[in-house]
Design a protein around this ligand. Structure first.
Ligand SMILES: Cc1cc2nc3c(=O)[nH]c(=O)nc-3n(C[C@H](O)[C@H](O)[C@H](O)COP(=O)(O)OP(=O)(O)OC[C@H]3O[C@@H](n4cnc5c(N)ncnc54)[C@H](O)[C@@H]3O)c2cc1C
Length: 479
């Protein structure tokens, strides 16, 4: 049996594993990158990039359809979506991204790469399709896999996930989207704009990731005006034949039964860590009740072992920049193990490229609702720039700590939310107070002025509270 000895073995050549390998290399240690699938990463092949390419096509269709708002007349019969051409561009550009990433991976020295499926045979030993790998430390960076609801598992080719959606030669005529989180909404809304008949299904009566009930309520109202939503819908029967899939569902409130036919079904109900075939019980580390190794998010170390986690496989923060940070922490610590260094994580920043875009920054409302915070808000309905560009749908709520006056979080949807979200994340991470941020320049007329309105609102509430505190103090001067 072939045997390899190394300092750090990294399982998975995705964004997290590649970053981990770079860190080990930088530390001057021996390393081995193991990959069972194609090079190119989930992000480039089936994740961030192809989904944003599909959304770019959808945004173009939306702009053309709405052109008459600005007096630019495009007759509805002139707007034709070429279902094949849309997918051809998605794949062409996607392939370019994936090939560039794959080429970078293939350019790594051959002695540092091993193709095959890794599984543990001991805490510091792996089997990779018959090759034994002994390592002083191991980084698990095996990513995640779409969850398939049980009732959909029999659908065969009619069932899609983000893993195979982008392989379609042309857009389907209709699709049922299971899941109303970021991925379900991004893909379902894009397909809807591209002329696909879409219904969103969710057994729970929720839409989107918001934890702030006011933002969630307004977001739902905006989406309900445009989309067919089957929320709080219990699917009671799934049948399929040569003409597609028939779904029967019961509304959980009211109990009304409905039946609809679709060409395809998209499962977007979440993703689970890809850990099932690693034989983790032989790794000698603690697993949680879902079978995921317990690890410290500041070191990515599992207990005090030589095993580290990175990326989507830890079941937390399943977004790209966090996966890369995980990889950096895990790789650097695996290289210096048994010494490990604690890192400070960046402020949480989540964006979904829905329409309107949505974002959550810093601490979510749910974590703050019982804390002493002031809330400032703005609606984009009458915001100057948003009206100018005809994208005046949205709402922003910012949260500031009463004691320090610092911004601690925000939830929003609206025009250019991706940019507002970055500004907010940067000031939250810099621990700026609301007063500090209001001293910064805001150009006119911009979407950022909407942010300023919300900041002024929260500043006002902070000063009202400060005034009340003074009154209380002066009433009881000795207290
Ligand atoms: C549709 C979609 C859209 C997304 N959009 C965004 C977005 O807009 N912005 C954003 O920040 N994030 C987005 N994400 C999330 C982002 O893509 C992921 O967080 C990130 O790519 C995860 O990287 P990773 O390295 O953990 O996993 P991966 O890139 O999946 O790498 C894991 C690798 O491990 C390999 N592997 C697994 N098991 C083994 C084994 N036993 N042996 C050897 N190799 C193994 C796999 O083959 C794979 O190559 C999106 C995800 C999806 C699905």
């Amino acid at each position: 049996m072939r045997s390899i000895e190394t300092d750090v073995a990294v399982i998975g050549a995705g964004s997290a594993g590649l970053q981990a390998s770079r860190e080990v290399q930088r530390a001057g240690k021996r390393w081995l990158l193991i990959e069972s699938g194609p090079y190119g990463t989930l992000c480039a092949r089936t994740g961030c990039m192809p989904s944003k390419l599909l959304i770019a096509a959808a945004d173009t269709a939306r702009r053309v359809r709405r052109a008459s708002l600005f007096g630019v007349q495009v007759a509805p019969e002139q707007v034709k979506i070429d279902r094949r051409a849309v997918m051809e561009r998605v794949r062409r550009e996607r392939d370019r991204f994936a090939e560039l990433t794959a080429r970078d991976t293939e350019a790594l020295p051959a002695e540092n790469r091993l193709r095959g499926r890794a599984r543990f045979v001991g805490p510091r030993e792996l089997d990779v399709d018959g090759t034994r790998v002994k390592a002083k430390a191991i980084v698990i960076a095996t990513g995640s896999t779409p969850t398939i609801p049980r009732e959909l598992s029999k659908l065969g080719d009619a069932l899609l996930t983000s893993d195979n959606l982008f392989e379609l030669e042309e857009l389907p005529e209709s699709i049922a989207v299971f899941g109303t989180g970021a991925i379900g909404l991004e893909l379902g809304q894009a397909l809807h704009q591209l002329g696909v008949r879409v219904t969103f299904y969710n057994p729970f009566d929720t839409l989107g990731p918001f934890t702030d009930p006011e933002v969630a309520r307004r977001f739902r109202k905006v989406l309900a005006a445009e989309h067919d939503l089957a929320l709080g819908a219990e699917v009671t029967d799934v049948r399929f034949d040569a003409n597609g899939v028939v779904l029967r569902h019961r509304e959980t409130t009211g109990g009304r039964q409905q039946e609809r036919r679709f060409a395809r079904v998209l499962a977007a109900v979440g993703r689970k860590p890809t850990l099932h075939d690693l034989d983790l019980q032989k790794a000698g580390i603690e697993l949680d009740d879902k079978g995921v190794p317990v690890c410290d998010p500041d070191t990515m170390q599992c207990g005090d072992s030589g095993i580290f986690l990175a990326g989507d496989c830890d079941g937390e923060r399943p977004i790209l920049h966090e996966a890369v940070d995980d990889g950096a922490f895990a790789g650097a610590n695996a290289a210096r193990h048994p010494q490990v260094q604690h890192n400070t994580r960046r402020v949480a920043l989540n964006i979904a490229f829905t329409h309107p875009q949505l974002a959550m920054i810093g601490k979510p409302f749910k974590a703050l609702e019982h804390q002493p915070i002031a809330i400032g808000e703005v609606s984009y309905e009458d915001q100057g720039r948003a009206r100018v560009i005809g994208q005046n749908r949205g709402h922003l709520r910012v949260y500031a700590d009463f004691a320090s006056g610092k911004l601690v979080g925000a939830e929003l949807f609206g025009p250019a939310a991706e940019h507002t979200a970055h500004l907010l994340a940067w000031v939250v991470q810099q621990q700026l107070s609301v007063a500090d941020v209001l001293k910064l320049p805001f150009y006119h007329p911009t979407i950022e002025e909407g942010l300023r309105t919300a900041l002024r609102d929260v500043a006002h509430k902070l000063s009202e509270r400060a005034a009340q505190d003074c009154e209380v103090t002066s009433e009881f001067p000795g207290a």
